[in-house]
Design a protein around this ligand. Structure first.
Ligand code: SF4
Length: 466
């Protein structure tokens, strides 16, 4: 019977069906970081359990790491303590740790793929919501909570309900100035932030097939923002080409064998889906959020909606969003004055994102009064950017070039909004208080759009700038 990738991966990793209807699922790769692992290791210690498969567990530090200087000891003693805690836990349990001195540190969802740890047909778990990023390779990848991190450390398994699969075909061809970020924002706008509950999203169609792996990662990254348990793209030649030669990827004949298996895990042509959705990629414009959920967005050429114009179930949310954001219904989102521009995160902190932002940065200077943060997603991205001269491009335009980490995506380090600042951000969440100030405001958009907003001092259609 024709099966989807989700079903193939699920069946291949199923240890047994549990009485309550869940599956005991074996986890091929467990990525950990400093925020959600300490309590899990403490629980392990209390229970006297070893880490079941240290060779399948990899750690890095990303949330709390400062981006002005990673020099040890870190300036923030609490951050230094958390870092040392993770170092000790990894050393004690024989887990590979990609710390600041390793040359491989970075956001967990950036380094997994670039090291080749993330591979098609895998099950992947990490104590971070945006683990869905790894689905770009044709993996089934979940964000998990701290108690589940403990479970995976102790057993390498999780008890999970099998999600249904919704196939989302993005047809046509994107226009210049429209990016993967716009695609996923448009999908979430259409299906809602809760529309994916109970589903895995399978992204397909000509637009997705034409995307690079980095673009696919941007799309899969935000699956969770649409409520989906995970999101994935079927592995293809683009996937195999990206993986070839990476550190943890099999070599030579073993690589060819791996490719044959990876290929076999893609959804079969006749697979059936619980739901199917089609989106016209050619009709998409650069997209900007106006509200406090990633689903509250408009094309940059559209106006902010009146609460009366949205469906009944969305009205209260839009009213709350407009009051918080101090944006006026009926006005275009273009022209909204920004205070901060943030380029980075596991959504858009990869080299291709920085290249697009730099393309715009070459065209002008940061507007007076706008604070900027350009934060590579990993030390490897930082090296690549330096080799291409991107820091000089950003600095010449007045952007602040930083060291790798999560930075202002979540503001668990010193990179924070102040007061009511309005931030044009390439990250994935625009919730109240997400960027470090309880009253700070976030507009999500693509890296090119953020760079354009930084130069103009307000939201602008990047197609007019390029
Ligand atoms: S960049 Fe943001 S979303 Fe991604 S792992 Fe870091 S804090 Fe989480």
């Amino acid at each position: 019977m024709a099966r989807s990738l989700l079903d193939k991966v699920w069946d291949a990793h199923s240890v047994r069906e549990l009485p309550g209807g869940q599956t005991q699922l074996f986890i091929g790769l467990h990525l950990i970081h400093e925020v959600t692992s300490p309590q899990a290791f403490a629980a392990l210690r209390e229970g006297g359990f070893p880490v079941r498969f240290p060779g399948r567990t990899f750690a890095t530090v990303d949330h709390i790491i400062p981006t002005d200087s990673q020099k040890r000891p870190l300036a923030d003693s609490l951050a230094e303590e958390m870092l040392q805690h993770l170092e000790r836990n990894c050393a004690e349990h024989g887990i590979a740790f990609f710390g600041p001195g390793s040359g491989k540190q970075g956001i967990v969802h950036v380094i997994g793929p670039e090291l080749g740890l993330t591979q098609p047909g895998m099950t992947i778990a990490c104590g971070d919501s945006h683990t869905s990023t790894h689905g770009a390779f044709g993996a089934v990848a979940f964000g998990i909570g701290t108690s589940q991190v403990r479970d995976v450390l102790a057993t390498q398994c999780l008890a999970l309900a099998r999600p249904k699969v919704r196939r989302i075909d993005v047809t046509g061809k994107l226009s210049p100035g429209v990016y993967a970020k716009d695609v996923i924002l448009a999908i979430i706008r259409r299906l809602g932030v809760k529309g994916g509950i109970g589903f895995a999203y399978e992204y397909a169609g000509p637009v997705v097939e034409a995307m690079t792996l980095e673009e696919r990662m941007t799309v899969c990254n935000m699956s969770i923002e649409g409520g989906a348990r995970c999101g994935y793209v079927n592995p293809d030649e683009t996937t195999f080409a990206y993986l070839r030669g990476r550190e943890y990827v099999p070599k030579d004949a073993a690589f060819e064998r791996a490719v044959a298996w990876w290929r076999s895990m893609a959804s079969d042509a006749g697979a059936t889906y619980a739901d199917r959705v089609e989106l016209d990629g050619a009709a998409l414009a650069p997209t900007v959020t106006f509200g406090i959920t990633p689903g509250q967005s408009v094309g940059v050429d559209e106006r902010i909606p009146f609460p009366a114009d949205v469906p009944d179930e969305d009205r209260a949310g839009v009213e709350e969003a407009l009051a918080f954001m101090e944006l006026k219904p009926g006005e275009p989102i273009a022209g909204a004055k920004i205070d901060v521009a943030f380029i980075g995160s596991c959504t858009n902190g990869r080299i291709s994102d920085l290249r697009e932002a730099a393309r715009v940065a070459r065209l002008g200077k940061v507007a007076p009064g706008v604070r900027t943060f350009v934060v590579p997603g990993s030390q490897e991205v930082q090296r690549q950017a330096e080799a291409e001269g991107l820091p000089e491009v950003f600095r010449a335009a007045g952007f602040d070039w930083r060291e790798p980490g999560c930075s202002m995506c979540l503001a668990m380090n010193p990179d924070k909004l102040r007061g009511r600042e309005l931030c044009a951000s390439t990250s994935n969440r625009n919730f109240k208080g997400r960027q470090g100030s309880p009253t700070g405001r976030t507009l999500l958009m693509s890296p090119a759009m953020v760079a354009a907003a930084a130069i103009k001092g307000h939201v602008v259609d990047v197609r007019e700038v390029l």
